[in-house]
Design a binder for this molecule. Structure first.
Ligand code: F6P
Length: 548
């Protein structure tokens, strides 16, 4: 294993920059954004970065120049630069699974050399992309026929977690660019309702299933895949139909073959692509089918632009580094427990859900790379909602509740659907919310409006609620790629500071194992056969009795 991956690290809380930040926090935590802006007329232009078509305004954060200096010191003392290089060059930085972490290779241009165990992985990436391109062109043009000779009109992706959330999010986000005579559906949940509802109005003769699973052993996906097979064959009545209606995206050739899918219809990816980092691998096959190979490659170019920015830009101008450091600042020093992701773009409505896996499966860890329990907070809870909907729901708590919730606003200067004044109204709300959260409204201002004294406290907005604003030109495949890559690398930055393995997910194992055990105990009636605590036993027994 590489030296960088296993190097003994100074504990985070012993780093000089961490200690300096602790002392610094005491001095600055009560500063108000009103004063920070009043004392620095340039703040709103100074604390911004523009790169790769993204304007990032971080001036409405509770930081001073000294805070930034210390956070950047923390990044350096944490070896962030070395860790970035280790990731990009294929070192096995996922130490608990002994794997390289190379989603960045998925968007590397032909001709680049990135080695894992001495082998250049880039040619294989492009070989798969080329196969995906050929397949997508055939399905999109109608050249690929179903078993009975009809063209494919419906595509259903069956997968879960990283094999679902990225594809769904990207399909929704880029629907404007999609081929509208193809219908796309996504089945993830192990719940008959999900499959039944997705297929109720579809004809098996015109329906193709993409079985997406890195491992090809995931219970939900394999169960749904079997249901899909039965559903298809009930009408098509011939095993040979599987070859025309099922394709697989996986790293596991053996299991794909066992399921009955010809490996000619398998699109490969590799163990160095984490599930939640896989939307631009073959897992994105549904995305390519929807938006076409050219648009898919434009999306990859967007990812690549941010990869290059992250790898080569000095930290003080580096978007993902700044984003990651700000998250650390609020999580560890202010005790903030969540981050709200608020894209003002209807097409990005699944973006918060996508980010939940990316951020929380990556950084929801309490043990360092060295196996020690951390004595500081790690990954915050990411959540959110698109557009102004949240304003009429949970923004009340962000404005006037007792919790500090840093918010990420994302907006686009141009809309894909210009309708009257809609877009100006939408964007006015982005800017208004950032302003209201930062500066609030004082008791004096409320009183001056003629508010009776008893009502004044209720109408005061304390302000000092921190926000980031990301302004992009237009939602395109490339800009989506850039946005996702920003968060991927921000998550990486946070994980490096927290000294955790952002690329494993052992926390999902126990529930899976117990569910496998319990499922065998649900049949029959009377006392539950397994040995569980009294709560679980009672729940199982009630279920056994009720299901009959
Ligand atoms: O939830 C755990 C997990 O392993 C995720 O990391 C992954 O994205 C998901 O399950 C699906 O796994 P697979 O692609 O192997 O079916």
């Amino acid at each position: 294993m590489s030296a960088t991956a296993t190097a003994v690290q100074t504990p985070l809380t012993s780093l000089p920059a961490w200690k300096a930040l602790q002392a610094h926090y005491e001095k600055v935590h009560s500063l108000h954004l009103r004063d920070l802006f009043r004392n620095d007329p340039q703040r709103g232009t100074r604390l911004t970065v523009e790169a790769e078509g993204i304007y990032f305004d971080y001036s409405k954060h509770r930081i001073t120049d000294e805070t930034l200096r210390l956070l950047l010191d923390l990044a350096r003392q944490s070896g962030l630069h070395e860790r970035i290089e280790a990731m990009f060059t294929g070192e096995k930085i996922n130490v608990t699974e002994k794997r390289a972490v190379l989603h960045t290779a998925l968007r590397a241009p032909r001709g680049e050399v990135i080695k894992v165990d001495g082998e250049n992985v880039v040619p294989a990436v492009h070989e798969v992309l080329d196969r995906m391109t050929d397949f997508s062109n055939r399905v999109r043009s109608g050249a690929w026929k179903g078993f009975t000779g009809k063209r494919i009109r419906n595509v259903i992706n069956i997968g879960i977690g990283g094999s679902d959330l990225g594809p769904v999010m990207a399909y929704e986000a880029l629907r404007y660019y999609s081929q509208r005579d193809l219908t796309f559906r996504f089945v993830s949940n192990i719940d008959g309702t999900a499959f039944a509802e997705a297929t109720s109005d579809l004809d098996p003769e015109e329906t193709m299933f993409i079985i997406s699973s890195k491992t090809f052993t995931t219970l939900e996906t394999m169960t749904n895949a079997q249901t899909a097979r039965d559903w298809s064959l009930r009408k098509l009545k011939d095993e040979r139909a599987v070859a025309k209606h099922f394709v697989a995206v996986s790293t596991n050739e053996k299991e794909v073959t066992k399921f009955g899918i010809d490996t000619a219809n398998m699109f490969e990816f590799w163990d160095w692509v984490g599930g939640r980092y896989s939307m631009d691998s073959a897992i994105g096959l549904s995305t390519m089918l929807a938006i076409g190979p050219e648009n898919f490659r434009a999306m990859l170019a967007g990812f690549r632009a941010i990869d290059e920015h992250f790898r080569h830009t000095p930290f003080e101008k580096n978007l993902p580094v700044l984003m990651g450091l700000l998250t650390v600042w609020y999580t560890d020093f202010f005790g903030a427990e969540t981050v709200a992701v608020l894209p003002y773009e209807q097409f990005l409505r699944r973006f918060p859900a996508y980010l939940q896996q990316l951020t929380m499966e990556s950084n929801g860890k309490h043990v360092t790379l060295a196996g020690e329990r951390v004595n500081y907070a790690t990954g915050p809870i990411f959540w959110g909602e698109a557009g102004t909907n949240g304003q009429h729901s949970f923004y009340q708590l962000i404005h006037q509740g007792t919790r500090l919730i840093p918010c990420d606003f994302t907006g686009f200067s141009k809309t894909l659907h210009p309708l009257g004044e809609d877009h100006d109204l939408l964007m006015a709300n982005v800017f208004a919310q950032g302003e209201a959260l930062a500066f609030g409204k004082t008791a004096e201002e409320v009183k001056a409006e003629g508010t009776p004294d008893w009502l004044v406290p209720h109408r005061v907005f304390e302000g000092n609620r921190p926000t980031s604003t990301f302004l992009l030109d237009e939602l395109t495949p490339a800009s989506l790629g850039k946005l996702v890559a920003l968060y991927e690398h921000s998550v990486f930055t946070q994980g490096v500071i927290w000294q955790i393995d952002s690329f494993d997910q052992w926390g999902v194992e126990l529930g899976k194992v117990l569910a496998k055990k319990i499922v065998g105990e649900l049949e029959g009636s009377g006392p539950a056969p397994g040995s569980h605590d009294t709560s679980t036993t009672t729940l199982i027994e009630r279920y056994r009795k009720a299901r009959g």
